[in-house]
Design a protein around this ligand. Structure first.
Ligand SMILES: [Zn+2]
Length: 137
């Protein structure tokens, strides 16, 4: 049920405050990671975003190789952090880390091409180590 609701909202407003909420708290800092996995199919065409597939292959429209669709990860810690930066990372995957800047609402975003699997998202901020685990289906 949660999957369906999130997917429907996501299809209307891809960057809105939707997704799966993973609360985090450490050393006086608290908030949440929000994870927006690809709508359907983990593979998409770089030129034709409407082309989705559950398996790798080539695009039926332009014949390019399909790529793993991005999963959006947003760290939301509330106002007061605007302009500050934070490194959002996927534990155990050195190439999946991104330094993001907080917007006026205290949100910092990154996106990673993650195939289905179990992932741990991390961020270090103001002496707090924030960690959340998520199973990407
Ligand atoms: Zn294509």
């Amino acid at each position: 049920m949660l999957t369906l609701t999130a997917a429907l909202v996501l299809s209307l407003t891809p960057m809105a405050a939707t997704g799966y909420q993973l609360p985090v708290a450490n050393n006086g800092v608290q908030g949440a990671f929000w994870v927006n996995p690809p709508l359907k199919g983990h593979f998409s065409c770089p030129m034709d975003p409407d082309v989705r597939s559950d398996a790798p292959g080539s695009c039926p429209k332009c014949n390019m190789d399909l790529e793993i669709a991005p999963t959006q990860v947003r760290l939301s810690l509330g106002a007061g952090l605007a302009g500050k930066t934070v490194k959002i990372a996927v534990a155990g995957h050195p190439s999946f880390s991104h330094v993001a800047k907080f917007d006026a609402h205290g949100n910092a975003e990154a996106s990673f091409p993650l195939p289905p699997g179990m992932y741990t998202f991390t961020a270090d901020l103001k002496g707090a180590h924030l960690v959340a685990a998520y199973k990407l289906r």
